[in-house]
Each structure stands twice: as structure tokens, then as C-alpha cells.
Design a protein around this ligand. Structure first.
Ligand SMILES: [Zn+2]
Length: 311
């Protein structure tokens, strides 16, 4: 690796980008797809740093510091703060690509481009296909199926997956030293470096994850819809709790699937079949998407809870 990306895992993706740089074959638009918090935006930001820094992302020069801080004049960030991207904002963005830039390249990073409704994505097509000279788009998405095929066909698509536990562990030990809670945090993070780092840095987040997981484990063992509805009603009112809940539920379902593989006559066989678990997984993913897009969260969560009830 020629550049200091400072990224956990994703070696294959980084090598591909390095090859593009080496061959002078950088595309005018990239789309990084994959799970939330797997490091896609971080890769996009490092790529912007490599392009803006005179020394290929040294990390300390004026350009690097500005890119990392999100204040670089030729590097525009459209971060996901939960809102969708409206057609007017896309037009404004397109207008900005025509402004005079200070350096040799303008980089526009759009986090979670699926936030654009189809009509906004459509209004973006022409610019994506032929951006003004010296403009590069770096798009990320957690939900590739929500990105129009016409958009996908105009970008260089690089899929990301989660990071191996062993790779994640190595990074965390190097960064934070051995910690007693390390292995548990790795299991909780499910291959997402962003989350693993948060869990190690913030003991409160770690404890909250753990507590929520234990609660889920307890209440999924029985039918008690009233209790489940009260539970989702309570978490729905707290910022960040819903995401945590969906995460913990995913982890619990994964654990169940894994246990079934080891032991087909599992104690819970009577409760959830493998087919039930697959259905739950699918619905969970759908719920995640709807909640990310601010669809009535309580309703989505209640429907999910209904699925966990058994006759
Ligand atoms: Zn630099």
C-alpha cells in the first residue's frame, strides 16, 4: 500500500483504489456500498485526502487537516444527519460543481446517497455522467437496492463488507491496548470498526449495548406482546436507542442461527424455526431502512415485535 489510509480492513478495496491512482484511471464518480459503520465514509474521506494533499495524505499538512475537519475549500461533505436530500439541494450541489476551485480537484462526498428520493437521483444523473472537469464524486450507501440502476451504471461501484474479527482485534489492540472488554466489544460490533471504536471509547455505550441485548434475549423467549410494545414505545422516544435495539436484535438472531447450525435440536427449535429466523432477518433489514428514512418508527417496531410472537 503506497498511501497511509489509516483504515481497518478493506484491503482489497483500498488496493483497487491505489491501482486506479497509479494507473491514472481514477473514475469521475465512485459508489461505496455496504453495511452501516463499516468504514465506507472513512475510506471516501481518506481518498479525498490523498487527492488534495500534495504528499498523498500525510495527515498533518494544511490540506489534510482541512479534509479531516470537513473544512477543505475544494472538498464538499454532504453528511447524513437523518434527513433526506431534496431535489433543490441536488440542484444547489450541481451549481457548486461549476464554481471556481482553488486546487486541482474538487471532491464531493455524499454520505448515504439513497437519501435522495428517485426524482432527486434522476436530476443528478447528467452531472454524474459528465461532471465538470476536475470534479470527483464519492458516494456511499448502506442500501444499494435503493440506489437507482441508472445511478449505479454511471459510477464505479465498490462493494464493502464487514471487517473480520481478527483484523478488528489487531487494530483495536494497537490503538487502545489490551482491554478486558475488548472481545465482547468485538462481538457487539459485528465487523463494523466504527461501532467497535465507539464501544471501546465510551463505557456508557458499551454498558447500554450489553443491557439492551440482555433484555432482548429475555423477552424474545416468551410471548408477551404488551410488554414488547411497551418496550419499543420506550426506546422509540430516546435518540439513538432504536438503532441500538436493531443492532442488538440482529446480534441475537445471528447467535440463534449459529446455535442451530451447531445443534439442530436446540431448546428454541420449538420457538423459532430457521425459516422464522430468516424472515425476521429480512424484516429487520427492511425496518432498518424505513427507520433510517424516518418512516413512523413506532409502527415499524411494533410490526417487528409482532413477528417475534409465536402461536
Ligand atoms: Zn497532507
Amino acid at each position: 500500500m503506497v498511501h497511509n489510509w489509516d483504515i481497518v480492513g478493506h484491503q482489497q478495496q483500498l488496493l483497487g483504489l491505489e491501482k486506479d491512482l497509479r494507473d491514472g484511471n481514477v473514475a469521475h464518480a465512485y459508489l461505496f456500498s455496504g453495511p452501516k459503520q463499516s468504514g465506507k465514509f472513512r475510506v471516501a474521506r481518506a481518498f479525498a485526502g490523498i487527492l488534495q494533499c500534495p504528499n498523498g495524505f500525510c495527515g498533518v499538512c494544511k490540506d489534510c487537516r482541512a479534509v479531516l475537519a470537513g473544512t477543505h475549500p475544494d472538498t464538499l461533505f454532504v453528511k447524513d444527519e437523518g434527513e433526506s436530500i431534496k431535489i433543490d439541494e441536488v440542484r444547489e450541489l450541481i451549481r457548486k460543481t461549476h464554481l471556481t476551485r482553488q486546487g486541482k480537484v474538487r471532491v464531493i462526498l455524499i454520505e448515504n446517497v439513497e437519501r435522495m428520493p428517485p426524482e432527486a437521483q434522476n436530476s443528478f444523473l447528467k452531472t454524474l455522467e459528465e461532471p465538470p472537469e476536475g470534479t470527483l464524486f464519492l458516494l456511499t450507501t448502506n442500501h444499494i437496492d435503493q440506489v437507482l440502476l441508472t445511478v449505479q451504471s454511471r459510477v464505479r461501484h465498490i462493494p464493502f463488507s464487514t471487517v473480520d474479527d481478527a483484523v478488528l482485534r489487531q487494530y483495536l489492540v494497537k490503538e487502545f491496548g489490551e482491554r478486558p472488554e475488548m472481545d465482547e466489544a468485538i462481538v457487539m460490533a459485528q465487523g463494523r470498526p466504527g461501532l467497535a471504536i465507539t464501544l471501546i471509547r465510551e463505557p456508557v455505550a458499551f454498558d447500554r449495548h450489553k443491557a439492551l441485548y440482555n433484555q432482548i434475549e429475555t423477552f424474545l423467549k416468551r410471548n408477551d406482546l404488551v410488554q414488547k410494545f411497551q418496550f419499543v414505545e420506550a426506546i422509540e422516544q430516546e435518540d439513538g436507542e432504536v438503532e441500538l435495539f436493531l443492532d442488538s436484535l440482529t446480534r441475537y438472531l445471528r447467535k440463534l442461527v449459529f446455535e442451530y447450525m451447531k445443534m439442530p435440536r436446540h431448546a428454541l427449535t420449538g420457538r423459532f424455526s430457521l425459516e422464522d429466523l430468516v424472515n425476521l432477518f429480512e424484516f429487520l433489514e427492511k425496518s432498518r431502512y424505513l427507520i433510517d428514512r424516518n418512516v413512523n418508527r413506532k409502527l415499524v417496531l411494533e410490526n417487528l415485535m409482532l413477528l417475534t410472537e409465536k402461536n
